[in-house]
Ligand binder design. Structure first.
Ligand code: NAD
Length: 259
């Protein structure tokens, strides 16, 4: 089998739509087996079926997973390990944003929800996933942070804090694996506005065209990004092309952080 991730077995959270789905499709196209895990189990199932229709039965598998639930993680990883014959890549992609308001408006419950889905997920994924990656070296963990984990604004305290936590947790995991002598890398990716359903609240506020134009004007390259453009970055980090890259952050932001 040929392809940039040929023979890899990659577990991706939040893969029923958006960036996770684009990554699953890109990995399958480049020769990997993929496990699509999502709280939207029916969606993950449908997308896995479509990938199998395109690339052959046994390419994609689907799992119900709430990334905040430790029990779910243990079961989904074990099942995916059995189905794919191992796990060599883990993408902690599932995440949420919300209309938070400023720090005085956001409820503690809202803050905890963001931290739980965006950060507990990465903690649990690595905590329970590393043992599988260790058996399938070289292994790679890709954690989806955001440019909002590196640059703050005045209205997203929970999103800013949670994505910043993902950034440094990725480095912690990288050093932990290296110290253990494992050929398991951990890196974070930091997209800016990308065309997925996560932008729907903004589209609903201003209308699709106006919302995307408004967001695009904030980006030096003049537009929002495409899911495939983020998937290509994940593909690089999941492939052996990045064998010496760990503890790094890869910005896919059209230049926004250069300003
Ligand atoms: N699209 C962007 O503009 C953008 C920019 C920067 C970072 N990100 C990050 O990229 C990741 C993916 O975002 P997206 O744009 O594809 O969003 P999306 O809303 O389109 O998709 C998120 C997926 O995660 C799943 N999910 C949500 N909560 C879950 C849970 N508790 N357990 C399991 N699955 C759950 C959803 O069902 C959905 O399939 C997120 O971490 C997000 O913060 C997105």
């Amino acid at each position: 089998m040929s392809g940039r991730v040929a023979g890899k077995k990659i577990f991706i959270t939040g893969a029923a739509q958006g960036l996770g789905l684009a990554m699953a499709q890109a990995c399958a196209a480049e020769g990997a087996k993929v496990a699509l895990a999502d709280i939207n189990a029916a969606g993950a199932d449908d997308r896995a079926t479509a990938i199998n229709d395109k690339y052959g039965a046994g390419t994609a598998f689907a799992y119900a997973l709430d990334v905040t639930n430790e029990d779910h993680w243990v079961k989904a990883l074990e099942a995916a390990n059995g189905a794919m014959g191992g796990i060599s890549g883990l993408v902690n992609n599932a995440g949420i944003s919300s209309r938070e308001g400023g720090i005085e408006e956001l409820s503690l419950e809202g803050f905890r929800k963001l931290m739980s889905v965006n950060v507990d997920s990465v903690f649990l994924g690595a905590k329970h996933g590393i043992k599988y990656l260790a058996k399938n070296q070289p292994g790679s963990i890709v954690n989806v942070s955001s440019i909002a984990g590196l640059i703050a604004n005045h209205t997203s305290p929970g999103y800013n804090a949670s994505k910043a936590a993902v950034w440094l947790l990725s480095k912690n995991i990288a050093l932990y694996c290296a110290k253990k002598g494992l050929d398991v890398r951990s890196n974070s990716i930091h997209p800016t506005f990308i065309d997925t359903p996560i932008l729907d609240p903004i589209r609903n506020m201003f209308g699709k065209d106006e919302a995307e134009a408004k967001l695009g004007r904030q980006v030096p390259l003049g537009r929002i990004g495409k899911p495939e453009e983020v998937a290509q970055a994940a593909l690089y980090l999941l492939s052996d092309e990045s064998r010496f890259v760990t503890g790094a952050e890869l910005k896919i932001d059209g230049g926004i952080s250069a300003m």
